[in-house]
Design a protein around this ligand. Structure first.
Ligand code: 6OD
Length: 472
């Protein structure tokens, strides 16, 4: 499916622009030929979104919510196709794709349909004065999506952006164009009004043309801190609102009072899910010294039996391997991994690296300070709770953290001291879509989730009326 990927503009496929290849990360073989958007394609996509905007915004929210449910139905009807497309683009495990990535796509549309339809307006009374707020959509939103959870993160933004009354132009990653192309097809099949959702493909320059386009009113982006900063600079002159979920260097704190089996299980998930290519993955583990040796041994043993997942691209694999080499050159203890697995089959052409557990590096090592985005974690011992919190907070990033403890007081105390937008206790990546989601420090700006998403994707106007009192 989709050997040739076209843009989707005004409800129609548009096969224009140079062609570039997208590769299967499992084998390194080209799976798709994708059209790259140039300025004229981006102009047309933004124009289509602008043209559709007034009609879409004028619909009652209940009607837009109905469209969101139809989109969710459409996703469920094409479930197997979406699974296949996402796996071909990312090399994800089938189980994860079937239980997380694609179901979350439908859930994202259903959840925001519900949240928006039930959202009360606010009104404030004083004697003789009534103030109330109406919210309007921003207009056209640029939705720039990364390659690690392409469908999940695209729909996470589209659900609230569309139900709030905006029209959108989506730019998926050049590595993972398939699920956006299929969603466009679903939109056409269900008869979503043309221009409400548009998709343009390409590399960074296509994204740049889109975000700085004068017809785009707001930008939502998930990806690296460096790209987030570039977008922010390029939209500064027009003071466009941005919502960014950026990099992380997430810490996990493991206390000796924990059920060790559960903590090791949880850390295996938090470090190695999706080959470590989730912004929420743990890359720094801090473990109470009393259990440090045993924890490292158990984690390494379990990591050794994790099925490797490919990195998204040859380039990204080079980046991850460069950190493996840096760790070795700095004298890290390698508990497991540190290299490239050999399969003796077609996967040897893919972009795999070994799940890796290391220790022994100083906090200042780049292995401990920079986001690697691969299946690797560094483990450091600590002696006191205060030291653990200080080590975890000693980072430029602050997206997510995990705390592993059986002590309830400690769980709350530590969770409240961690400088992170999200803290999980004795679990990881358990999501309630109504909660605010995002990071502090270099990990982002703004929060999406629940009503916070609807706040970002709309602007309030406060109307204040003086109420004359009749003479009595
Ligand atoms: O689950 C979500 O809603 C979410 N925003 C996940 C982000 C993962 C980043 O890689």
């Amino acid at each position: 499916m989709f050997e040739q990927v076209a843009h989707f503009i005004g409800g129609q496929p548009v096969a224009e622009g140079k062609i570039f290849p997208a590769y299967d990360p499992v084998t390194g073989v080209v799976v798709r030929q994708v059209h790259e958007a140039d300025r004229s394609v981006v102009d047309r996509a933004v124009a289509a979104a602008r043209q559709a905007a007034p009609g879409w915004a004028a619909l009652p929210v209940a009607e837009r919510a109905r469209w969101m449910r139809r989109l969710a139905d459409g996703i469920e009807a094409r479930f197997d196709d979406l699974v296949a497309v996402e796996i071909a683009d990312t090399g994800k495990p089938v189980e994860q794709t079937r239980t997380l990535d694609i179901p979350r796509g439908a859930a994202n549309f259903r959840a925001f349909a519900e949240i928006a339809a039930q959202r009360p307006d606010s009104a404030f009374h004083l004697p003789g004065v009534l103030s109330y707020t109406v919210r309007r959509p921003m207009g056209v939103v640029a939705v720039v999506v990364p390659w690690n959870l392409p469908f999940l993160l695209m729909t996470w933004k589209l659900g609230p952006a569309l139900v709030a009354g905006n029209t959108v132009v989506v730019k998926p990653s050049e590595n993972t164009p398939g699920s956006a192309a299929l969603l466009a097809e679903i939109c056409a099949d269900i008869g979503l009004p043309p221009g409400v959702l548009n998709v343009v493909h390409g590399y960074g320059p296509a994204g740049q043309l889109l975000v700085e386009h004068e017809g785009v009113d707001a930008v939502t982006f998930t990806g690296s801190t460096r790209t987030g900063a570039t977008i922010m600079k390029s939209v500064a002159d027009r003071v466009k609102p941005v919502s960014f979920e950026l990099g992380g260097k997430n810490a996990g704190l493991v206390f000796a009072d924990v059920d060790l089996d559960k903590a090791v299980d949880g850390c295996v998930r938090s470090v190695f899910t999706n080959g470590g290519q989730v912004c929420l993955c743990t890359e720094r583990l801090y473990v109470e010294r009393l259990i440090f040796e045993e924890f490292c041994a158990r984690l390494a043993e379990r990591a050794g039996s994790v099925t490797p997942q490919p990195m998204i691209s040859a380039e990204h694999r080079e980046k991850v391997l460069s950190y493996y080499e840096l760790a070795k050159s700095e004298g890290a203890q390698i508990h497991t991994g540190g290299g490239v697995p050999q399969f003796g089959d077609a996967r040897d052409g893919g972009y795999f690296v070994e799940p890796t557990v290391i220790s022994g590096l100083p906090a200042t090592s780049r292995v401990n300070t920079e986001e690697i985005f691969g299946p690797i974690c560094h483990v450091t011992p600590f002696d006191t709770e205060a030291e653990a919190v200080a080590l975890a907070n000693d980072s430029d990033y602050g997206l997510a953290a995990t705390v592993w403890t059986s002590n309830l007081d400690r769980a709350h105390r530590v969770a409240q001291r961690l400088e992170a937008g999200l803290v999980w206790v004795n679990t990881w990546y358990l999501r309630d879509l109504r909660t605010p989601f995002g990071g502090v420090k270099l990990s982002g700006i703004g929060r999406e989730g629940g009503t916070q998403s609807l706040d970002f994707y709309s602007e309030p106007t406060t109307i204040t009326i003086k109420l004359e009192q009749p003479d009595e």
